[in-house]
Design a protein around this ligand. Structure first.
Ligand code: ADP
Length: 475
């Protein structure tokens, strides 16, 4: 059994108590990581504070060079990172390989980004020189979930380091192993020890100690709305900025004039990628009445052919992350039995090649009442719910009819309909005739409404890790 330590000040740190990491494909533990608490968080924040003092004065080209080194090492170790990522999350190997590629790309992108991020001069009057510069927050805290451990780490650690901050990361207890690998790679890349620390353990202990620590200047959190509220309170207590990415119930809106040959594979991937455990999963299918039967029949046919299996056999659909997540998904299936029609799937798969892994069939729940829990709540499993709409106004009403607003997909061949939907649908990203669950390093990403606030990815994500200083010089 692997027992990697937490990573603090460039060193492996062990604790007496440990947290098991379970392989969702088998239901068996295969590693443990330290059960860190306030003492380890204290050490990590102190190390990051000291390291960040010098790092902020390291010239931007040098910071960028070191970030590019990290990218190169991630590419070198892509296969081992992908294997561990697949094993700890249950995601199919090809998806984990892609995650590792995207991780490298974040470090490359933000290396270039920081080199291109200039301040401005402000023409106040002829006798005064006014300019702005970007200042780091100091130490940034990062709380990440288990669904995309590598990618979500990279999208906040890379810009934070680029802008001159030190970092302390608390990865999800279910899937902490690749974060520890990344921290070691950063040191190998030449990032000073102490600048990027990983404190493992539970949210209520290690996570809470980190989010409440007075030495933290900025928090980024990706996870559930409930925990997001707790962390927002902690941030408010210390009066620090916080970026919240809290999930969604994102619609794919399919008009009767859509090219279904193009749409169907994308709609399927939007819900089955990472077993539906993607914040931006295309979890609601809103379909124009006249093509409902045809589209549902086509989706059912594709769902029936999906290969399901352990992550390392590289299937299309792997298990969900945990027993708890499996119970949650099956709970929604129970609701569907009473309230809607299960058009395909709805069964847990076990025994034989599935063993005691957490496998669920791809599931299509049809004719869902848009007001019901099935249509309103994030299921976070391979479960697609469908409702029909009459016209564009109706589609907008349904699309906007949840608490969330993360991503939306629009499928139409009418250019006016497309732009009208982009204008009216409340979501941080709107895709037309395509859908982008995860990925998209360059594309600003984040939610409206309860999906959170602040933007990660792209140039927007870089600015979030710094504050503007305005200098006023009388000549
Ligand atoms: P999910 O529903 O995806 O498991 P959570 O919101 O429960 O998401 O967890 C996301 C991250 O937040 C994990 O790293 C978890 O350990 C952490 N976390 C959970 N509770 C707290 C808390 N009270 N304070 C800080 N972090 C927490």
């Amino acid at each position: 059994m692997q027992q990697p330590g937490a990573f603090i000040n460039g060193e492996r740190v062990h604790t007496e108590a440990n947290v098991e990491v379970i392989d969702p494909s088998t239901g068996q533990p295969f590693a443990t990581t330290p059960d860190c608490g306030p003492a380890e968080v204290e050490q990590a924040v102190e190390a990051a504070t000291i390291a960040a003092r010098s790092w902020r004065s390291v010239a931007v080209p040098e910071r960028a060079r070191l970030l590019r080194n990290i990218a190169a090492l991630v590419e070198r170790d892509r296969e081992s990172l992908a294997q561990i990522e697949a094993r700890q999350t249950g995601k199919p190997l090809k998806q984990a390989r892609r995650d590792a590629e995207i991780t490298a790309r974040y470090f490359d992108f933000y290396a270039s980004g920081v080199e291109m991020l200039y301040g401005s001069t402000i023409p106040l009057n002829n006798d005064t020189l006014v300019y702005t510069s970007w200042e780091p927050h100091g130490v940034t805290g990062h709380i990440t979930p288990w669904n995309y451990p590598l990618q979500i780490l990279a999208r906040s650690i890379a810009p934070s380091l680029a802008m001159g901050n030190g970092c302390v990361l608390k990865p999800a207890e279910e899937a902490p192993l690749t974060a520890l690998m990344m921290a070691e790679l950063a040191v190998e890349a030449g990032i000073p020890a102490g600048l990027f620390n990983v404190v493992t353990g539970y949210g209520e202990t290690a996570g809470a100690a980190l989010t409440q620590h007075r030495g933290i200047g900025h928090l980024s959190f990706t996870g559930s709305v409930e925990v997001g509220k707790v962390i927002s309170h902690a941030a408010a207590e210390n009066v620090i900025p916080v970026t919240m990415e809290l999930g969604g119930k994102s619609p794919n809106i399919v008009f009767a004039d859509a090219d279904l040959d193009r749409a169907v594979p994308v709609l399927v991937n939007a819900i089955l990628q990472n077993a539906g455990q993607t914040c931006s999963a295309g979890a609601r299918l809103l379909v124009e009445e006249s093509i409902h039967d045809e589209l549902v029949a086509r989706l059912r046919e594709v769902f029936a052919g999906v290969d399901i299996g352990p992550a390392l056999t590289d299937p299309t659909l792997g298990p969900v992350i945990s027993q708890q997540q499996l119970d949650r998904v099956m709970g929604y299936v129970e609701i569907a039995k009473d309230e809607a029609s299960i058009s395909y799937g709805g069964e847990r798969l076990s025994g034989g090649s599935y063993g005691s892994g957490y496998f669920v069939q791809p599931t299509l729940i049809d004719q869902v009442d848009p007001a019901s829990r099935l249509a309103q709540e994030e299921i976070f499993g391979p479960v697609l719910v469908t409702s029909t709409f009459k016209d564009a106004d109706d589609a907008v009403r349904l699309a906007n009819g949840t608490d969330y607003g993360l991503v939306a997909g629009v499928w139409t061949t009418n250019v006016s309909t497309a732009h009208r939907m982009i204008r009216d649908v409340v979501a941080g990203q709107v895709f037309v005739n395509t859908y982008g669950a995860s990925g998209g390093v360059e594309l600003p990403f984040g939610g409206f409404k309860r999906s959170g606030h602040g933007r990660e990815k792209g140039f927007e994500g870089l600015r979030g890790f710094a504050q503007v200083k305005t200098a006023v010089v009388a000549l």
